[in-house]
Design a protein around this ligand. Structure first.
Ligand SMILES: [Zn+2]
Ligand SMILES: [Zn+2]
Ligand SMILES: [Zn+2]
Ligand SMILES: [Zn+2]
Ligand SMILES: [Zn+2]
Ligand SMILES: [Zn+2]
Length: 236
């Protein structure tokens, strides 16, 4: 197939276990994908087949959503997705009547879902007022066991909870391919430095929980650059 985002080469549907970054939505994926055989361009299947509009999506039934290949704003702060609360850096479905937007992967979710990780079906909890930062207090996510921002699913039968952002891993192929923890982008740092940087990422992640993931990510990038510099100095 030829995709409008990559006119120069044809894309082929392939099944590969390893992690990739989708050239459309800029998010991780694994497993089946549309990949260029001549360069590094790869797309999630759902990104490759994104329709130009979604008339009545269960996650935003009140207004029609339109597909956009470019995010709303670039720069330091990316606008966040209303479902997973991660920044939107590429392909999006955006409402023209209100500020709602979501990733193509999040558009694969619904108000009620079921996944192989849990025997019962899960229901999306209503959005909580921002006084608590949008967090639903007092639950443990059945997948990540951590505190994360964004919408939450709850089991209709038992007390199992699942973040919408964790539910995405059931759709983008990460869960199917056994990729639990998203690795860092490849770097030139040694193993020791890599361990140290993981600790920093954890720390920053915890520190900025609730403030917005995009802020945390920017800081992590800055720290990464700073560490490279100081490491070089030490070697000299
Ligand atoms: Zn994608
Ligand atoms: Zn190509
Ligand atoms: Zn999202
Ligand atoms: Zn709307
Ligand atoms: Zn989770
Ligand atoms: Zn259950």
């Amino acid at each position: 197939m030829f995709h409008f985002g990559h006119h120069q080469h044809p894309l082929a549907k392939v099944q590969l276990r390893e992690l990739f970054t989708c050239a459309g939505c800029k998010e991780y994926g694994a497993g089946k994908r549309f990949a260029c055989q001549q360069c590094n361009f790869q797309l999630h299947e759902f990104c490759a087949f994104s329709p130009p509009s979604l008339k009545t999506h269960p996650l935003h039934g009140q207004h029609q959503l339109h597909f956009h290949s470019k995010p709303k704003q670039g720069g330091i702060l990316w606008a966040k997705c209303d479902i997973c609360w991660k920044p939107v850096k590429g392909f999006t479905f955006r409402c023209s009547a209100c500020s709602f937007q979501m990733h193509p992967c999040c558009a694969m979710l619904s108000t009620q879902v079921s996944f192989p990780v849990h025997p019962h079906s899960l229901k999306l909890l209503p959005t909580i007022a921002s006084s608590s930062g949008g967090d639903h207090p007092g639950f443990v996510c059945g997948e990540c066991k951590r505190k994360k921002s964004g919408r939450v699913y709850r089991c209709t039968v038992c007390d199992y909870h699942l973040h919408a952002v964790c539910a995405k891993n059931m759709i983008n192929g990460l869960e199917d391919n056994g990729i639990k923890v998203v690795p860092e982008k490849p770097s030139m740092l040694g193993a020791a430095a890599r361990v140290a940087s993981l600790v920093i990422v954890e720390f920053i992640g915890g520190l900025f929980e609730g403030i917005g993931e995009s802020v945390g990510q920017v800081l992590v990038q800055d720290i990464g650059i700073g560490r490279c510099v100081s490491r070089r100095r030490r070697i000299e």
